[in-house]
Design a protein around this ligand. Structure first.
Ligand SMILES: Cc1ncc(COP(=O)(O)O)c(C=O)c1O
Length: 400
């Protein structure tokens, strides 16, 4: 039976995660916030924790705070995030810097694994920062970039990838969920394909961390990065995460090997010796309020459970698809729920103007060049009523 706008209240009533919405700050003026895939809402616990951090920890403990607690936060919270979101055993994940900076570091690390090879493979549909960084690191290291040109909806399949791999392939860079179409790539199969060619893979998990169950250790992933301001709700510019599989750690080198990556941070040693642990991937002083916000976001996800979040995500995107189909709007996201992340993308010739009108009517989506409107559905905060209200306004603004 096709779902309609009238089903929203019943779906909300039956939603096992419905009470989480009240744990976030909600703007009464908004009809629908459909941009949690760019910037997640503020958890009330995070506002309280960061306020307490500023007043009591920074204000009260001052410099003593570093040795009492803060120095270990990037690794401690990295372990929490790794266990809850990434299927990563302790000691492989740190919270640091931005996704871009971490990707830059990992591109250097990963190309060092197979110095006898000279190609980096990436798809032309990948997020701009990933493409730009691959090009810049390849230029500095004298490597060649091999571009995949996949269909935007099917995205990188096993066949597309396998055709580009060979004896020269050193590293493959892939995004788990395509930032435009929302397509979810087959991480286990593609990772195995990269390994069969004798190369290593870096996964960008920005659009899947916190909303899609991930098992990096089980699938033998080599390296991964991702941000925390989308589905982890850690706030604008919150630090990112970086994962290095334990088997690569002892030989992992990185290009911003600052004092935070040294074996003894406070030794102020004359000569550099890298930390034997995942700390070797750190660079400089971390943003402690940012790391604290990541910890709160991770704890909310742990409480809800990633599997339950994924179940609701699939139901939300399916509901949105049914309403968009009924409104006659063109969708460029896979129709099979297991093949998409947590956003649904509409193609419209006047996408920019439609987005402006939506925002004027209290509905916040994302515009993406040249003709795409992304509707991000964040299971801990997005209600079915919000989806229905937002798509009703979209249908009116899009003239369908
Ligand atoms: C898939 C993907 N990769 C990388 C980035 C860049 O992240 P940052 O600006 O935090 O470096 C983004 C940002 O939205 C993204 O969506």
């Amino acid at each position: 039976m096709t779902q309609t706008y009238d089903d929203a209240a019943g779906l909300d009533a039956a939603d096992p995660l419905r009470d989480f919405r009240a744990r976030f700050l909600l703007d009464a003026d908004l009809v629908a916030y459909l941009d949690g895939n760019s910037l997640g809402r503020l958890p009330i616990a995070t506002a309280d924790r960061v306020d307490a951090f500023f007043r009591q920890e920074w204000g009260g403990r001052l410099i003593r705070g570093w040795e009492e607690a803060w120095v270990d936060l990037p690794v401690g919270v990295g372990d929490e995030l790794g266990a809850t979101l990434l299927g990563a055993a302790a000691g492989q994940t740190v919270i640091a810097d931005s996704t871009s900076v971490n990707l830059y570091k990992l591109l250097h690390t990963a190309t060092g694994v197979r110095p006898d090879r000279d190609e980096i493979v990436i798809d032309a549909t990948n997020f701009p920062t990933d493409r730009y960084l691959v090009e810049s690191v390849a230029a500095v290291k004298g490597l060649t970039v091999v571009w995949l040109e996949p269909d935007v909806v099917d995205n990188v399949t096993r066949d597309v990838l396998a055709a580009a791999l060979g004896e020269r392939t050193a590293v493959v860079v892939l995004s788990h969920v395509d930032y435009r179409s929302g397509t979810l790539l087959d991480l286990p199969a593609l990772t195995a394909c990269v390994h069969a060619a004798g190369a290593v893979v870096i996964w960008d998990l920005c659009h899947s961390a916190g909303v899609v169950p991930i098992s990096l250790d089980a699938h033998q992933v080599d390296f991964a990065v991702g941000c925390t301001y989308k589905y982890v709700n850690a706030g604008p510019g919150a630090p990112a995460f970086l994962y290095v599989a334990e088997r690569h750690l002892a030989t992992a080198t990185q290009p911003i090997a600052g004092w935070w990556s040294a074996a003894d941070l406070f030794a102020m040693a004359d000569t550099y010796e890298p930390s034997p642990t995942i700390r070797r991937m750190l660079s400089g002083t971390p943003s402690v309020p940012g790391v604290v916000a990541v910890q709160e976001g991770v704890r909310l996800i742990a409480e809800a459970g990633v599997e339950a979040i994924r179940t609701k995500s699939e139901a939300l995107t399916s509901y949105a698809l049914a309403l968009l189909d009924a409104a006659g709007l063109e969708v460029v996201t896979p129709r099979d729920a297991v093949r998409r992340g947590s956003h649904v993308t509409v193609r419209h010739p006047d996408a920019r103007q439609v987005t402006t009108r939506l925002v004027e009517h209290g509905v916040v989506p994302d515009f993406r060049e040249p003709d795409l409107i992304r509707l991000g559905l964040s299971p801990l905060t997005t209600s079915y009523t919000e989806v229905a209200a937002g798509i009703a306004v979209l249908a009116a603004c899009a003239g369908s």
